[in-house]
Write a protein that binds this ligand. Sequence first.
Ligand SMILES: Cc1cc2nc3c(=O)[nH]c(=O)nc-3n(C[C@H](O)[C@H](O)[C@H](O)COP(=O)(O)O)c2cc1C
Length: 165
Amino acid sequence: MDALTVIKTRRSVRAFAGRQVPREVLEDIVDCGRLAATARNEQPWEFIVVTDASMREKIADLAEYGKFIAQASACIVVVCKDGRYFLEDGSAASQNILLGAWAHGVGSCWVAGDKKPYAVDIAKVLGVPDGYRVISLIALGYPQAPPSPKPKRALNEVLHWEKWA
Ligand SMILES: Cc1cc2nc3c(=O)[nH]c(=O)nc-3n(C[C@H](O)[C@H](O)[C@H](O)COP(=O)(O)O)c2cc1C
């Protein structure tokens, strides 16, 4: 898939087939996160790849709207060192992970981390040191079915040339 197709066809996947995502594919997906844009090139991120089923269950128990993490092949937890742009940087890395995954045919869903009270509990379970924030919990796996297209706002509704109009 070329980059534009990847961007335009990615949709959240919350139901996964049993087939495991190979380790080298997970590694390449994390590599996509590592290469994201980052303010002042600080690269404040760390990526925890959780494949272990019991650990994924613990995360799923804590994540209010992320119960499907228990059935995923893996969950990549994006963690950033607290700082001025930690949320922007962690979000850029998270989006790169979603796109990198889809380029490999791997479905994913971003589950909220930062801002949710459970983020600190997940950080504890994963042994994340103080001073780091959990940005996102990304469930990954081969889709059980093709992702269903969610309605999106039309281009002509959101695009403004030169000024707001
Ligand atoms: C910051 C953020 C938090 C999200 N949290 C959740 C979540 O907790 N659970 C979930 O199922 N989806 C979550 N999503 C996925 C969105 O629901 C999804 O991206 C949105 O409905 C658009 O659908 P699409 O990804 O298929 O385009 C989150 C997405 C973002 C960017």
